[in-house]
Design a protein around this ligand. Sequence first.
Ligand code: AMP
Ligand code: MG
Length: 401
Amino acid sequence: METGVSLGEAIQISLTEPLSRRTERVSIEEARGRVTAVPLISKVDDPGFDNSAMDGFAVRESDCEKDGARLEIVGTSQAGGASPPEIGVGQACRIMTGAALPSGADAIVMVEDTETDGEYVVINGPARAGFIRRKAENLSLGQEALPSGSLLSSASIALAGTMGHGEIEVITRPRIAILSTGDELIQPGQELSHGQIYESNSHALASLVESMGCEAVRHESANDTLGELRETLDSLSYCDAILTSGGVSMGEWDLVRKIMEEEGKLSFWRMRLRPGGPPLFGTWNGTPLFGLPGNPVSSLVVFHVLVASWISKSLGYHHETGPSLSQRVSVRLESDVSGAPGKLCLRRIRIRSEKGELLATTHTHQGSGNIHSMVAHNGLTLLPPDTDGKAGEIIDALWLR
Ligand code: AMP
Ligand code: MG
């Protein structure tokens, strides 16, 4: 068992017990929010045939060189309609957006630039080849357009549909159990007795788990007794992973640490991170388990920097198109921000874009018990150990979604 590991080491160690990756086929109707398990290959050319980008007339460009050319209308090409007639010299075909280009035509005139006079059309504007959408100009048959590990959001689902996929092979949502621990915790909405607090971590963690493409299995909080903890962990070990919060520090009642040490398999305990120093990782009955700190800010921050990476790497999420909770950016500090001796320091910052650069400020106080600070800010500094940030400096940060 290792203690006091860096964030990079913690990610490496946790990946020795990765989240298991299974796949399944779902219909496109059910694919929203899922993650592709294979690259999606186009089953068609897009467009499948040359067609018009405008409502207007399909013409021969050479017939329209002088203003006011008068062409005979030989038919209509409608989207989804029958094959249009071929056009010859001096002829035009009425055409709708998305309709097939008649053979013989090499340009389109917009309807706004024409006047019809019985069986003839007078051309008052430019005939443009650029108004033709060419076969396969967007995608060609067999092209890999969506990588494996992509989140199926609105645009990527539309792309999958355009490529002809009525069913999509996706990653089966892993079930991640969430267990808050602490005698003081009760669910919001109930009457508080002396010394009790409302339990909030499990709700935050469930939301983060779902945003990372997994299914959250929230359990009611466990009291600080070894018996209850053992029983609850046993009952949750059918899940693909377990996240606990609380009970991992140095205190006598920090029983998650104690039970993992004595009865589980512990791979590391404590990270060189502020906030969020006390996490542990190991397995319980063979199920990967992250013991997150109880302090609300710490548990969220550790999820963002450690658990989200573990999920993403275990399941092979794509670095650009896969689910993610944050983006690494460079920000210019507007005020001094103190770092932490020997620890990667994740101060909460508010990031905004101004005049082409990202500026970062800090507002409310930064206690790890102050969950409001995670709402009032939208980013975290990535200040290396023993490094303070000075106003005006550019530093690395995470911009949280
Ligand atoms: P612990 O790590 O168990 O010592 O908890 C650290 C602090 O976080 C204590 O003040 C706890 O009351 C608080 N805390 C622990 N678990 C939760 C939770 N699930 N929701 C909100 N606060 C919590
Ligand atoms: Mg506790």
